[in-house]
Design a protein around this ligand. Structure first.
Ligand code: ZN
Length: 123
């Protein structure tokens, strides 16, 4: 499969030769926080977009917003208030590159981390 040329941005390149490894490191979270953007694709759908901190592939992570507000409504009485400005979601690399050693049915390079997702109030 030939990948489309993307205009030659000076970003670091994806590294498809990187072996698949399920791993998470603190700096993944830090790096992703600095580079990822959050787009509102729909009323209840957010798209996290940015380079994987491990393999560098440009990836998109859809996040359904209904479960965010749903979990807020499901808080039991007396539960400690959760800061509403942002929350974190586990994010898994979804690189389309064929990383060596990847198990059947798995995606990405195996890297995962926690992404901070800003919560937008409906009004
Ligand atoms: Zn990756």
């Amino acid at each position: 499969m030939s990948s489309p040329t993307s205009g030659g941005h000076g970003r670091h390149q994806a590294d498809p030769a990187l072996p698949y490894q399920e791993t998470s490191e603190q700096h993944y979270t830090t790096a992703a926080f600095a580079t990822f953007t959050v787009e509102t694709a729909d009323l209840h759908l957010l798209i996290l977009r940015g380079p994987c901190p491990r393999c560098g592939a440009e990836i998109e992570i859809p996040v359904i917003d209904t479960m965010l507000s749903g979990s807020r409504a499901a808080l039991p009485f007396g539960a400690a208030p959760v800061p509403a400005e942002s929350r974190t979601e586990p994010v898994l690399c979804t690189s389309a590159a064929d990383h060596p050693g990847r198990p059947e049915g798995a995606v990405g390079c195996g890297a995962y981390w926690m992404a901070a997702i800003p919560l937008v109030d409906p009004d």
